[in-house]
Design a protein around this ligand. Sequence first.
Ligand code: DOR
Ligand code: ZN
Ligand code: ZN
Length: 448
Amino acid sequence: MIVDTVLNNAKAHLKGEIVDCSIAIEEGKIHKIGKETQMPKSDLKVNLHNLLVLPGLIDSHVHLRDEGRAFKEDFISGTSAAAAGGFATVLDMPNNEPVTMSVEALKNRMNLAEKRTLVNVGLYSEFPTNLGQVSALVAQGAVGFKLFMGAQIGGLNHDDDQSLHEGLKSAGESGAVVAVHAEDKALLMANEQKLKQAKHNGPADFLFAHSEEVEKKAIQRLLKASDKTKTHIHFCHVTSKQGLEVIGEAKKAEKTVTCEVTPNHLMLSSAEVRHYGMMAIIAPPLRDRNHQEALWSGLSSKVVDSLGSDHAPHTPEEKSASNVWGVKVGVPGLETTLPLMLTMVKKNRLTLPRMVELLAEKPAQIFGLKGKGKLEGGKDADLTIIDYKRNWTIDALKFKSKAKFSPYNGWEVTGKPVKTFVNGGLVMDEGEIVAKPGCGRVLRGGQT
Ligand code: DOR
Ligand code: ZN
Ligand code: ZN
């Protein structure tokens, strides 16, 4: 047999250990992992010179925009950023223009992604207005439903406990995960109104409005509403000690709940908001060091299941409003997440196997991405290849994302993604995109 590609001299992350090996790839799948002498003949041989090979990383929380918001990011720029950052798969959020919340909108977005994506992409849907459409959205391939509790975005009236319960129940009955942005809208609005009336319009005021209590209240309310459903709830970007405690208790009570944190909340604190001003305004916001430490503890104790970048591209103008209530929230993250985490591995805050669990194995499990998350014969040949020792400086102007700003601009990091393989094809090589838009696949929920 002659396979498509053999990668030699790899240091691959296999079942939690680094193993010297070769990897044979055939028709987009990992055909075999073993000694070089055991490899079949191949059309192409690549010498990896002892680079580290991880399963293709998965970012389960990105905003790729496109359509009406293509001025901020589109599938090509966003998935180029993913490949450059070492991600082979991304899951895209539905707060788009139009909002992804109908079969038609999902289909249109899938068609667009099919032509433009450079990595594998799964699409979330918001809840439709008519819950009768939930199963049709799942059949169309939504990877999950996003519930944004801080404002009214999708079609579900989440102010009402009963309709919130009905929404969660119907997603669970269709076997879909519900990814939740947990901020209590009523409390948030009340806080905001008081601050606005007092003309408190600075970055610190945003942090007051989006308090820990706002997060905790939403998590508690959501868990209550999901009672008597079997729905898998995945809490996005948890930021507070209290929030994690409530999730930890729910896990002990054997609820089907998982949660994610972002590198932003691990690497930065409210002190940085004073330094960066509007640029560091993200929602939920950066908090003080006690919360930051609680998130790191959550990584070790495994209350935290996964990492998601919450890649949220905006234009420089949108980020530089003088009034915090007018600023667009979020920062890009696809090109900084992996180097930041590798740097923390080097600093012994995280082990490499745990990082792989957080950025590949767990997201694959949570979202049912069957061929993904592990390096094993038969899995998809999605590979993230890393120069583990390379010291370099983050330069936001070099981002593939349209959003060329970052709180990490100028940071010295160790460890760089140097090649990204997607379904057996090389998409990124030494920071350059070497494949054509459309080479990635649109993942249709549950199927890969
Ligand atoms: O920081 C954020 N950015 N938080 C959100 O909830 C939305 C996101 C975005 O779409 O920009
Ligand atoms: Zn969010
Ligand atoms: Zn988000």
